[in-house]
Design a binder for this molecule. Structure first.
Ligand code: GDP
Ligand code: GDP
Length: 437
């Protein structure tokens, strides 16, 4: 199970600089595709064989200069609830401030491992300043310079050393994992309850781990899958629910541990930044997607035209990824809730699609010949062969070219669209790589 590291601290101590340090190299590899917008707050990284996620709590504050103490306090509480390790960043140049003490007093009460990071230790002399951070009562301050990178390697060793080695849950790998995600009040608990109903026999809690399991098995009406994090959906923290940061933090674990995400939107509201943030997390993790426009019972005008308008709006906001199912449903009246599950099942299968190499070349090569990549400085670009990579998380394809560096994003998108027209890849991301022949 993936670990989650949260970076907390008052503004300007260097949280975002540290976040970039910890995630950058990896980001460059993962984000081969078009740039994603919300890179600052959530990233994935790897260190000595541990893959984990990093969240910069400061990234959620629009204007760092007038953050209220109260908001930082809430963010720290959310971080404690969700993270496996907390990096509490302080600034050796400025020393201890009231806000640092406030944050420290919350962190002292948690069981989650906290690492006190004394940032901006750009030279040895500054190390002596760090001694004053002992007064925070969180043990040894760990001196780094996020700007130069000094000390960050050792810090990462320390971080991964704090991860708990929990046994893997005994899950059947052939059974899909669905996560219901969305912002507060979109109807997540309602739809999960609608699936489960009063019939306790439909779900089984998975035993065998130290932490409360985040999976329940659902096996009825021709469906068999794990619901991820349903306990998390039931347990609500009303105090902080209004914070955008909260709904995103709550979604990370569920998304990371799923195959397909059921993203709940509220039909009575437009698509807002929270929806986009959660969508972005799904994309970054390359999960399958089914969008549910919930509370459809509340929409008076249910004509095909209105549906189409709604659908177009959703696809426009989520572009360039637009090939996913959208279901207009009501968790309250249970209208089309099984359709949601059918779609999730279909997306799961699409995510495991295998296209035989011969078929792939038969279909794609004539097309490429008819519409070749644009030549570059008079040099012709030829693609002679393509194949699907084995054992990947999502369908991934390699196209071999004489000059791969000149095959640009728009052409890759063209290939992707053509593949989506030919094979059932709805709801799943795919990867297209161009390599040297
Ligand atoms: P945040 O508000 O906590 O996310 O802080 P930022 O990462 O935006 O950093 C605030 C300022 O401190 C920026 O001007 C950074 O360049 C600077 N900064 C961050 N880390 C270091 C460091 O290790 N040394 C020095 N000298 N400056 C740093
Ligand atoms: P969550 O925060 O995403 O888990 O949302 P809840 O399931 O708690 O639902 C929030 C509110 O919306 C509750 O008052 C629900 O009764 C209501 N609600 C959820 N789904 C529907 C729906 O399909 N139609 C209507 N009319 N109300 C709904």
């Amino acid at each position: 199970m993936g670990n989650l590291v949260a970076i907390v601290g008052r503004p300007n101590v260097g949280k975002s600089t540290l976040f970039n340090r910890l995630t950058q190299s990896r980001q460059a590899i993962v984000n081969d595709e078009a740039g994603t917008t919300r890179d600052r707050q959530y990233g994935k990284t790897e260190w000595s064989g541990h893959e984990f996620s990093v969240v910069d709590t400061g990234g959620w504050v629009v204007n760092s200069d007038d953050i209220f103490e109260e908001e930082i306090r809430k963010q720290v509480m959310i971080a404690i609830d969700e993270a496996d390790v907390i990096l509490f960043v302080v600034d050796v140049v400025n020393g201890v401030t009231d806000l640092d003490m406030e944050v420290a007093s919350i962190l002292r009460r948690t069981k989650v491992p906290v690492i006190l990071v004394a940032n901006k230790t750009d030279n040895h002399n500054l190390q002596y300043n760090a001694a004053e951070f002992y007064s925070l009562g969180l043990g040894d301050p760990y001196c780094i310079s996020a700007l130069s990178g000094s000390g960050t390697g050792d810090l990462l060793d320390l971080v991964v050393g704090k991860f708990k080695n929990e046994p893997e849950e005994l899950l059947d790998d052939d059974i899909p994992r669905f996560a219901v995600v969305g912002r507060p009040n979109a109807g997540k608990s309602s739809i999960v309850n609608a699936f489960i109903g009063e019939d306790r026999n439909i779900v089984t809690e998975i035993a065998g781990t130290t932490r409360d399991s985040i999976y329940t098995r659902y096996d009825k009406f021709g469906f068999d899958f794990y619901l991820v994090d349903t306990a998390g959906i039931r347990k609500k923290n009303k105090v902080v629910e209004d914070l955008e940061f909260y709904s995103v933090m709550r979604s990370i674990r569920a998304i990371e541990n799923s195959d397909v995400c059921i993203l709940m939107l509220d039909a009575t509201r437009g698509i807002e930044s929270q929806d986009l943030n959660i969508f972005s997390l799904i994309q970054k993790n390359q999960k399958g997607l089914v969008v549910v426009v919930n509370k459809w019972d509340l929409v008076e005008d249910k004509t095909a035209k209105v549906m189409k308008t709604f659908e177009d709006a959703v696809r426009t906001r989520f572009a360039p990824f637009t090939d996913f199912p959208i279901v207009f449903a009501s968790a309250l009246t249970k209208q089309r809730i099984f359709k949601v599950l059918e779609m999730a099942k279909e997306v799961y299968h699409n995510r495991t699609t295998r296209i035989p190499t011969a078929r792939l070349n038969e279909e794609m090569l004539p097309l490429i010949e008819a519409y070749p990549p644009p030549s570059n400085k008079g040099k012709y670009i030829k693609i002679k062969y393509c194949t699907q990579l084995p054992n990947t998380r999502v369908p991934s394809f390699v196209f071999f070219a004489n000059l791969p560096q000149y095959v640009k994003e728009p052409y890759k998108r063209f290939l992707e669209n053509k593949m989506r027209e030919r094979w059932s890849l709805r709801g799943t991301p795919i990867n297209i790589f161009i390599r040297q022949k």
